[in-house]
Write a protein that binds this ligand. Structure first.
Ligand code: GLU
Length: 547
């Protein structure tokens, strides 16, 4: 994930572009760059590494101009060097890109055969040359872009500045998000509303395949068939304050501590206090005919879905298929009539999940989405929108969004169980009472912060860590292992506790900490037996359990 920002402004833009990049720093990146248009010139500055390197570069070599684009790169093609940093430029234009141009190889070969010289190893640079060729052939920037977009396969959000057109930018999106921001006599492009938060709250979300020409006066949007369209301008709730760290050391810590508040906030939309019943935000939505659920998601959201599979099957007695989106979309899944396809994504923009959603929609499934951004592409495609109210999640690793997803999925499982006559009124009231207790329980868990920090010091030197769980704690073990890998770069695996004896037990010795998730309940004793097996081999056990 990385960021794009573009401004057609009234005053010099370089500083504001860099400020916008700073707001997207949380997405992770390896280089950054800006390009402004001024006096018939493209002024380009790029630097590998931290944004502060670009700031230094701009201090040494300022870039004037009231129109410009900027980018933080998360390298997919080519090393994170200055030469591969965006913007990529030709004599006529400069361009930034998020995503991957999947067919860049044949395009590059054709361009090279026509004598074009490449400066980088990126997939992106082919787009700069393709559009440039059209401009050199005498086309307007609009016609040039229009001619090139159909040649590109893959996922992209693009922002393009033209040397001879200092008061205009062109943007395009397919698979990667891009928004238009409307200011006072200024217009913006950005990867998300958050990036534009200090500049404007007036945001239009581009649809898949849209492209847009922005000028100081506003934006002209075209759909994938090049027809002029209007996209609704909404007032974004993204406030600059939501992306401050406050008293916390980093965003992930802040977001972990927000869980009790945001889970309570989320549950409020799914529980009717008056009669202690579960309800959907779209009150009238009829799910009674559903015969099967297909869950599709990626990463942490996938693990939330895997937990929910246990709940849907146990409470609602509905058969559930679940898959990671990048696999689902390339196999040939059997989708029967009457199926509910459920997609889970924090951003609502995850490219593989969105593609899987479209596949299921075309196959006549009822589409439900659990997303944290109600204006996202997935939300707009859904029949049933099930929002989480986690607030902006800035940390790269999902935390509070995951627990809010679980809250929504638990409520949905109960709702389906009630509608299918599988849950009595008394059981519903009992489950609602338990759900309403979760914020307090989250608070109680967070009160162990110091002990957990001490334990982290014991685990930190390990090279490998195992997470074990049974039943619904098995997906939680997988999620724990994913989080450890992503955040601490320690190799970790999650296992179903009962699978230990079929191989992984060979790995256990004093050097391998084993984190066991075993709440009291019917599976507790079985999991404790697996703990004994670990102990017998000298493994260090960290037990996560209720009192
Ligand atoms: N694929 C492009 C590159 O590697 C863009 C990556 C990005 O989204 O930052 O430069």
């Amino acid at each position: 994930m990385c960021g794009i920002i573009g401004i057609v402004g009234k005053e010099d833009v370089a500083e504001r572009l860099v400020d916008g990049l700073r707001r997207m720093e949380y997405r992770g990146y390896d280089s950054a760059g800006v390009c402004t248009v001024s006096g018939g010139e493209l002024i380009r500055r790029r630097a590998p590494g931290k944004l502060s390197n670009l700031v230094l570069e701009l201090a040494r070599n300022p870039a004037s101009g009231t129109t410009g684009i900027a980018h933080t790169r998360w390298a997919t093609h080519g090393a994170p060097t200055a030469a591969n940093a965006h913007p990529h430029a030709t004599e006529h234009l400069a361009l930034v890109h998020n995503g991957i141009i999947e067919n860049f190889r044949p395009l590059r070969a054709e361009l090279s055969a026509r004598g074009r010289k490449f400066e980088s190893d990126t997939d992106t640079e082919v787009v700069a040359h393709l559009v440039s060729e059209q401009v050199e052939a005498g086309k307007s920037p609009q016609d040039a872009v229009r001619a090139v977009l159909p040649q590109l396969r893959g996922a992209f959000a693009l922002a393009i500045a033209f040397r001879a057109y200092p008061d205009m930018l062109i943007g395009a999106r397919l698979g990667s998000p891009l928004v238009v921001g409307y200011g006072e006599g200024e217009t913006y492009l950005g990867s998300d509303a958050l990036a534009l938060a200090p500049l404007t709250q007036q945001i239009a979300y581009l649809d898949e395949g849209d492209w847009v020409v922005i000028t100081r006066e506003g934006a002209q949007i075209f759909d994938k068939d090049d027809q002029p369209v209007s996209r609704e301008i909404t007032t974004s709730g993204a406030s600059a304050a939501a992306i401050e760290k406050g008293i916390f050391r980093h965003f992930m810590q802040k977001e972990i501590f927000e869980q009790p508040t945001v889970v309570a906030q989320t549950l409020r939309s799914y529980i009717r206090q008056v009669d202690q019943s579960v309800a959907l935000p779209q009150f009238e939505f009829d799910l009674s005919g559903i015969t099967r659920i297909t869950i599709v998601a990626c990463g942490t959201s996938y693990y939330a879905g895997l937990v929910a599979k246990y709940w849907f099957e146990h409470f609602a007695r509905l058969p559930v298929d679940i898959d990671v989106a990048s696999e689902f979309r390339y196999r040939d899944p059997v989708l029967e009539r009457g199926g509910l396809a459920l997609f889970i994504s924090q951003s609502g923009e995850t490219a593989d999940t969105l593609a899987a959603l479209k596949h299921c929609k075309a196959a006549g499934q009822t589409i439900a989405v659990v997303v944290n951004v109600p204006t996202s592409s997935m939300a707009r495609e859904a029949d049933l929108l099930l929002p989480t109210h986690a607030g902006p999640e800035i940390g790269v690793a999902s935390t509070k969004a995951f627990t809010c997803q679980l809250a929504v999925l638990a409520a949905l499982a109960a709702y389906l169980a009630v509608k299918r006559g599988r849950m009595s009124r008394a059981e519903e009231c009992d489950l609602v009472a338990q759900l309403l207790e979760t914020p307090a329980q989250l608070n109680a868990a967070l009160a162990h912060d110091d002990e957990i920090a001490a334990m982290a010091h014991l685990i930190a030197p390990a090279r490998d860590v195992l997470y074990l769980g049974r039943g619904q704690d098995y997906p939680l073990a997988l999620e724990g292992a994913l989080k450890l890998k992503e955040i601490s770069y320690i190799h970790a695996e999650g296992y179903a506790a009962g699978e230990m004896k079929h191989g992984p037990i060979a790995l256990i010795d004093e050097a391998v900490p084993v984190i066991v998730l075993a709440p009291s309940g019917p599976l507790f004793e079985k999991t404790v037996s697996n703990m004994q097996e670990v102990r017998a081999r000298g493994g260090k056990i960290v037990l996560i359990c209720d009192a």
